[in-house]
Design a protein around this ligand. Structure first.
Ligand code: GDP
Ligand code: MN
Length: 399
């Protein structure tokens, strides 16, 4: 689960990390009030969306030479004018895709005078099963680009959970950022606080880009992005309360209500599968035959008819979906339950695209019978390969 920058900074502040003073705002009037409260003389008006690259982003509704989604301004009037331009408009950045994201919240911050910009992130390293730090002097830039063109400028290390964060970790960060004296001490202090926040809140990723040194010699978190481990949210009611559903895919929210493992993708073939491995294989084989999956969907082992119906409705409601492939290998999941769910959903919402169904395993005959007797226009398939070829062919012919 992701949260907004202003929320991330509040979490880090709880653990004592240095952040600028700031106030969230939902209207131009609130932005103006926040600016007066902060006092200036320099403010930063920051669009709050769950995507990076806001500074270099462009608003769809504004002229191409209008300023981006992060603006440094020098008067209360400019704060209000920028707020008016940003709120309700669509910000397109390298990370949002062409559709962009509507800006509904702003963060008004006191401006910092920047001397240097660095990069610091933390994540779970699956290879070492540890929390890893990634640090670079090349802040404020696209870190993937740095990793690609100048990998020697990126320093990484991981922390042994048995001993936790140690003074040498702080020294490693200071060295990587070429900091000495008091700034090295500040770096050590920051690293300790960030590690405490990361582990206490079950984060899966924390990215600070940029971490800056201000002209008066202070290390400061200027931008912050946090992702939390979704499987641990139940332990943190305070974190759960930060969720902004308007930033999430409506189909994924609906799916989570029915405990379906669903992820929206960009392709045209909707998939309903049981088991994550089979779902992955199904996506692979659709690609092999030249098309792209519209989603990942694992209905799970013990899905009920209601859950299957919900899953099918989510798939059909997606306008990108030009064909549907149901691929079930019945084990614990019974084929007749799947068949009943599919038939119920089609009766409810209709079927405007080709549907290929491949059933195998427990109660397969009963499942096939239900589909046959329903009178639905279903293309039956024998195995995974056959099913993928049939749906690709059907979608091509339907065009
Ligand atoms: P992003 O573009 O979504 O990553 O948003 P950031 O929060 O990283 O802001 C983009 C850029 O705006 C930063 O890299 C800074 O160069 C600049 N910026 C942000 N806050 C301040 C500030 O307080 N003072 C100054 N001078 N620049 C800032
Ligand atoms: Mn940034």
């Amino acid at each position: 689960m992701n949260i907004h920058e202003y929320q991330a900074k509040a979490v880090l502040k709880e653990f004592g990390a240095p952040v600028s003073r700031g106030i969230p705002a939902f209207t131009p009037e609130e932005a103006e009030k926040a600016a007066r409260e902060l006092g200036g003389p320099v403010w930063v008006v920051k669009s709050q969306i769950h995507a990076g690259g806001r500074g270099k982003g462009k608003f769809k509704e504004l002229s191409p030479d209008a300023k981006g989604g992060v603006r440094v301004v020098k008067s209360v009037e400019e704060v209000k004018a920028s707020a008016k331009e940003m709120l309700g408009n669509t910000l397109v950045t390298l990370q949002t895709g062409d559709a962009g994201k509507q800006v509904n919240r702003l963060y008004i911050e006191e401006g910092a005078a920047i001397d240097k910009e660095f990069y610091l992130s933390m994540l779970i390293d699956r290879e070492t099963s540890r929390v890893a730090f990634v640090v670079s002097t090349e802040g404020g830039m696209d870190i993937e680009e740095v990793a690609h063109s100048t990998p020697e400028k990126i320093v990484t290390f991981s922390v042994d959970p048995a001993t936790g964060i140690q003074p040498h970790h702080g020294r490693a960060v200071a060295k990587a950022l070429k900091l000495s004296g008091d700034l090295a001490k500040q770096a050590g202090d920051l690293v300790t606080k960030l590690y405490a926040a990361f582990t206490a809140k079950d984060m899966s990723m924390l990215e600070i880009n940029p971490l800056v040194v201000t002209k008066d010699g202070q290390l400061k978190v200027l931008d912050a992005k946090i992702s939390f481990d979704s499987n641990a949210i139940y332990r943190h009611a305070d974190v759960a309360a930060l969720r902004d559903e308007t930033e999430e895919d409506a189909k994924e929210i609906e799916a989570s209500k029915f405990e379906l493992n669903y992820i929206a993708l960009d392709g045209t073939i909707g998939c309903m599968v049981n088991g994550a491995g089979l779902a992955m294989a199904t996506m692979d084989i659709i690609k092999l035959y030249g098309m792209e999956p519209a989603n990942f969907l694992d209905v799970g082992g013990g899905a009920t008819k209601e859950r299957v119906t919900a899953a099918f409705k989510i798939i059909t409601a997606d306008p990108k979906v030009k064909g549907i492939l149901v691929n079930i290998f019945g084990g614990i999941m019974k084929c007749d339950v799947i068949a009943e769910g599919v038939v119920a959903a089609v009766k409810d919402v209709g079927l405007k695209v080709p549907l290929v169904v491949r059933l195998e395993g427990t109660n397969v005959e009963a499942g096939k019978k239900i589909i046959k007797e329903s009178g639905l226009n279903v293309i039956a398939a024998d195995d995974l390969d056959d099913a993928a070829q049939k749906i690709v062919k059907a979608v091509k012919e339907a065009k």
